[in-house]
Unconditional design. Structure first.
Length: 318
């Protein structure tokens, strides 16, 4: 994405709006809570040790897809089944599905700096195949949501009370083009491609980072039983001692989550100790980098700065 395109998106703010994000999360809370930690509870009750990684990845994929697309229960969707509708509940906690399978293969064959993977002759073929599969699913979902958006404008009675991330973005995009939704005949090809890769980025960047953070939260709580006891006490105070009633209660009163400051502190401390990713910053004209000794380094055209969050978070000087 060019800087000019990024700035246009920043000004329109339909991708980064906190209000939109909160609205979608709370309106889909019943769908999210309906699938949350099903397998985790089953494994915990078994009394046997197990790896959290696969379970948290499956949970994270479900959460991201439900928030982005709002996928209600509809049709089964597996890698070996014909994909009839992107409106199907992918329910990755209980079965494999097209999107999760494609994402797993793309991630597996991403080099991450390993020359053995980068030079493998099968890499472009595997990533190309699953990339096209990924794009096809997203394109279908975008067109379905576009048709749904048009119907809701033409027939207000058919409009769902739930905000849908994709529809909100499409409406905002048409507003920037000064185009009325009922008169729009199809999605702009450039916008469709642009949004497709943004959604791929959401899934690619958000899946393993979120799932690993969930695993680290459990790890740290297991090492600090006093903190675990405080988290449990806080949840008992805010939502009652019956775990089976929490999902329905939060669906009716999602603001109860705001009454868990200690839980939020645990999450933030986990992210401080185990940040899931680093960041990179490209130079801007006239900028320079100054180290702690006062030495100044001008940032040239071909220089980027990598921020190592874990090292800075553990550095006592910082």
């Amino acid at each position: 994405m060019s800087y000019a395109e990024w700035r246009r998106g920043d000004r329109s703010s339909f991708l980064g709006s906190v209000q939109v994000a909160c609205t979608i999360f709370f309106q889909t809370s019943s769908s999210l809570l309906g699938s949350s930690a099903i397998k985790l509870r089953e494994r915990a009750r078994s009394g046997h040790a197990f790896a959290l990684d696969d379970l948290t990845i499956r949970l994270t994929v479900d959460v991201i897809l439900k928030v982005i697309m709002y996928v209600p229960p509809d049709l089964p969707c597996t890698p070996h089944a014909k994909h009839k509708s992107s409106g199907a509940d992918l329910d990755h906690q209980n079965s494999d599905n097209i999107i999760a399978t494609a994402l797993a293969h793309i991630t597996k064959w991403h080099s991450f700096g390993d020359p053995r993977v980068l030079a493998h002759p099968l890499r472009p073929l595997v990533q190309g195949y699953y990339g096209r599969l990924f794009n096809k699913w997203i394109h279908q979902a975008l067109h379905e949501k576009f048709a749904e958006m048009k119907r809701s404008k033409q027939e207000p009675s058919s409009r769902s009370k739930r905000a849908k991330f994709i529809i909100i973005i499409q409406e905002a995009y048409l507003e920037t083009k000064k185009e009325e939704i009922p008169e729009a005949t199809k999605l702009d090809n450039h916008f469709t491609e642009y949004l497709t890769y943004q959604l791929r980025l959401f899934l690619f960047a958000g899946t393993h980072t979120t799932s690993s953070s969930i695993a680290y939260v459990y790890h740290l709580l297991s090492k600090h039983p006093e903190a675990l006891a405080q988290v449990r006490q806080e949840h008992d105070r805010s939502s009652g001692p019956d775990p089976s009633a929490v999902a329905q209660l939060l669906c009716e009163q999602p603001a109860l989550l705001n009454q868990c400051p200690y839980t939020m502190a645990v999450i933030k401390e986990t992210l401080r100790l185990y940040p899931p990713a680093g960041t990179m910053r490209q130079r801007c004209n006239g900028q320079s980098l100054t180290d702690r000794h006062g030495n100044e380094y001008p940032l040239m055209d071909d220089i980027s700065v990598t921020v190592l969050h874990q090292e800075s978070h553990h550095n006592p000087r910082v």
